[in-house]
Design a protein around this ligand. Structure first.
Ligand code: NAD
Length: 519
């Protein structure tokens, strides 16, 4: 990783003199097609969560730089919106090819800055790549509608036009996939874009932006600003930004939705989750336990579609030993070690918070079946590691249930019936994803019909839809009405214009060949 970091720093962070002195490189801004050194006076350290080493320094973008980024996007917009759709799509064809070619470096950067294992990091890039593939052919979902003879000799049609300058605000947990949920669709539909990556792991966004420009994205179409609250506030308040796509926590999402909407912008806010798996007594034992442990502890539980709560219908007893055994067998360590299953959490604060919520479960009467809090990884003593943790006897009023832990923790509840399990899920404030494990078709049919959650898996632990569908979280997990990517994503980044035409009084003379009158 160190070698890769140096390579990346050379190519994407453009900070040659600093490399020579060993100072961590600064992350550049992307404004009007140029990677620029920020004039910021405040900087944030980007750290490797497995070691706490500083990987790079990220600027708190100044107001002037921010305005320059929006202005570049605004200036690029008139030409880009009228660039032929096949030309815009061809940029995405080239972009997807370049992402494939650079998959290893992208994944190495994701592991370095975010901590997840290399195979998982490749998955992060790959799930984003699938959205780029979708963008290559999004014309299918951009097509308008036409009705002839709405009145005598009159027709009405609707076309979808881009909005203008759009913005994206990203979380840390999928540093490649989530930027790719946003700007490929926004830009291919004719918008220009200002992206704010997570301040914790901006590297993948920088690499992707460089590859997008290499693929032919004209200068100013994609711009990148960095920072935390102040940069977000500037996005929320800037009069030239028409729409904001946000993915992150509840608190930030609610704030961004409210302030962004209040200033007249279109906002989609994808927020936190508590995703339940319901296990019926007839479920396949091996497959279900493998699915539960993968979905709860993979990526150290830092997935918005992780299974973080399991409801065992008929009780946990029959499942307990198998679950403990499978979870115990997972190896905790740095993401670049081939034997690692569970990497570090993103920060010491995230680790402390997860540990505190586990303790609150104990204090409130739950039982710990497996405790990953004390885990030590030799050689990585400063890493933010936490091992797989299983808590049983959890009740909905406990903090370890009601709060999103976002760590490798599975809280286990029990229910007498499927109805009771569904009622637990429907009472939870979040409604992102859920899964049912069963061999019963009627039970599956009932579950998918009654559960008030936007993405449902039947014997599928993490039912993230591919990009020809959309990412459809419900209730507290989503504010807005048009979801991410797929047809809804195209609709989010475009607005319909409805045209009614009347040609019934057309002059007959224009319908004949010139000169015909003289004959
Ligand atoms: P976060 O909310 O802390 O940060 C997300 C972005 O918002 C960052 O760019 C950050 O700079 C900004 N931000 C944070 N606090 C802010 C504030 N108070 N005001 C203005 N801006 C603020 O989220 P995170 O910790 O990076 O990501 C983890 C969270 O994201 C989890 O809750 C997870 O469930 C959620 N998530 C949801 C989805 C989804 O699709 N629903 C996907 C991935 C992650």
């Amino acid at each position: 990783l160190a070698t890769n970091a140096r390579y990346l720093a050379t190519r994407f962070f453009v900070a040659q003199p600093e490399l020579a002195t060993g100072t961590p490189p600064s992350v550049k801004l992307l404004i009007d097609g140029e990677f620029r050194e920020s004039q910021a006076t405040e900087w944030v350290d980007v750290t490797n969560p497995a070691t706490q080493e500083v990987v790079s320094r990220l600027p708190q973008t100044t107001e002037r730089e921010f305005n320059a980024a929006v202005q570049a996007a605004k200036d690029a917009y008139p030409t880009w919106r009228n660039t032929a759709l096949p030309t815009r799509s061809r940029v995405m064809f080239k972009f997807q090819e370049l992402i494939r070619q650079h998959m290893d470096e992208l994944a190495a950067n994701v592991t370095l800055e975010q901590g997840k294992t290399l195979p998982d990091a490749r998955g992060d890039v790959f799930r984003g790549l699938e959205v780029v593939e979708y963008a290559c052919n999004l014309a299918v979902d951009l097509r308008g509608e036409f009705i002839e003879n709405v009145s005598s000799g009159m027709d009405t049609y609707s076309i979808r036009q881009p909005l203008g300058v759009c913005a994206g605000i990203c979380p840390f947990n999928f540093p490649a996939m989530i930027p790719l949920w946003m700007f490929p669709i926004a830009c291919t539909t004719g918008n220009t874009f200002v992206l704010k990556p997570s301040e914790k792991d901006p590297g993948a966004s920088m690499m992707l932006a460089e590859l997008a420009m290499e693929a032919g994205l004209p200068k100013g179409v994609l711009n990148i600003v960095h920072g935390t609250h102040d940069t977000v506030n500037r996005i929320l308040d800037h009069k030239d930004i028409k729409a904001i796509s946000f993915v992150g926590s509840d608190a930030a999402g609610r704030y961004i939705y409210e302030r962004g909407s209040a200033s007249g912008k279109r906002v989609q806010a994808n927020m936190g989750a508590k995703n339940h798996a319901v296990v019926l007594p007839d479920a396949n034992p091996e497959a279900t336990v493998a699915a539960l442990t993968g979905a709860a502890f993979g990526a150290a539980g830092q997935r918005c579609m992780a299974i973080s709560a399991a409801v065992f219908v008929g009780g946990i007893e029959a499942w307990k030993e198998r679950l403990i055994e499978k979870a115990k067998a997972l190896s905790v360590g740095p993401g670049d070690a081939s034997e690692t299953d569970v990497g570090p959490l993103i920060s010491p604060e995230a680790k402390d918070r997860a540990a505190r919520l586990v303790q609150s479960g104990v204090d409130q009467g739950a039982q710990i079946l497996l405790d990953g809090r004390g885990v030590r990884v030799p050689g990585y003593e400063s890493g933010n590691f936490m091992g797989p943790t299983l808590i049983a006897g959890v009740k909905p009023n406990m903090d370890c249930y009601s709060e999103e832990i976002f760590g490798p923790v599975l809280v286990c509840l029990e229910a007498e019936t499927l109805d009771e399990a569904v009622a637990i899920i429907n009472s939870n404030e979040h409604g992102n994803g859920t899964a049912l494990f069963t061999r019963s078709g009627p039970a599956a049919r009932k579950f998918q019909n009654e559960v008030e959650v936007g993405m449902v898996g039947i014997n599928v632990p993490i039912p993230v839809p591919l990009p020809f569908f959309s990412f459809t979280g419900w209730r507290g997990s989503f504010h807005g009405d048009l979801h991410m990517y797929g047809k809804a994503g195209v609709q989010f980044f475009t607005q319909p214009k409805t045209v009614t035409t009347n040609w019934k009084d057309a002059d007959e003379r224009f319908m004949r060949a010139p000169g015909l009158d003289a004959v």
